[in-house]
Design a protein around this ligand. Sequence first.
Ligand code: GLU
Length: 303
Amino acid sequence: MNAADGRYVGRFAPSPTGPLHAGSVVAALASWLDARAHAGRWLLRIEDIDPPREQPGATAAIIDTLTRLGLHADGEPVFQSARGACYAAALETLVARGLAYPCGCTRREIADSQQRAGQAAARHGELVYPGTCRDGLPEGRAPRAWRLRVPAGTVRIDDRLLGAVEQDVAAEVGDFVLRRADGLWAYQLAVVVDDAAQGVTDVVRGADLAGSTARQVVLADALGVPSPRWLHVPVVAGEDGDKLSKQNGATAIDAARPLPVLDAAMRHLGFEPPAVRERDPWLAEAIRRWAARFGPQADARRR
Ligand code: GLU
């Protein structure tokens, strides 16, 4: 199922770690424009699977900001905190297929082996796993986390903006975590299970997550579910040149005045913002501009 069937499903999937900032608005606007340009559905998923990192009130603030910006979701938001049973079922499936295994290693042990091998941490906090428990827990070890048995070989992704992207997940990340030692579900598992369950055909998100895409493709294959198409938009940099975050100057945006916020996001996406000073006509024109570059006709040219 993809956009060619006229059944496009997109989504915005914020983690409620704080209110939306300029960077998250860019991801929200881009995914919304892409869904509207394809006459598709746009779903909102609140990725609240990491309580220690969450901020009380953030979910309500995010939903309020999206409403003020005119980015209305189709249907009620899905909360990952309510979907533990689905993640458990997915893990069981993988275990039954011999594709997931328990790991008894501590973070410290993995970090030490990584240091010995001179490797840098992969994205999303993942340390390259040396495979210690792959063939069974060593004597006297208790299971801590659950990991995916990553097949050897290079994953190739055709990103609608970045073009061809390749990653050797086995070598660059290793067998990654599906369920953490603290019992929380890993982002990678939750996102793949939910994108599949919600029938998401197109993921449009910040390029800071592009490094996770190959892991998500490997996991979708292991679960036997289709992978969506991908489009990663440039991230907004903070004062220190890194991705904008609360640590480097991200401030909540002033959604009471939506047009300057939308203008800035549109410009960041490489488009001239519409001149009209009314929100809904602004959005309608923005859809036209986005469609000219990324809409169904552009998809057809890519094929
Ligand atoms: N919840 C993730 C984040 O806020 C985004 C997930 C995704 O778009 O795949 O970083």
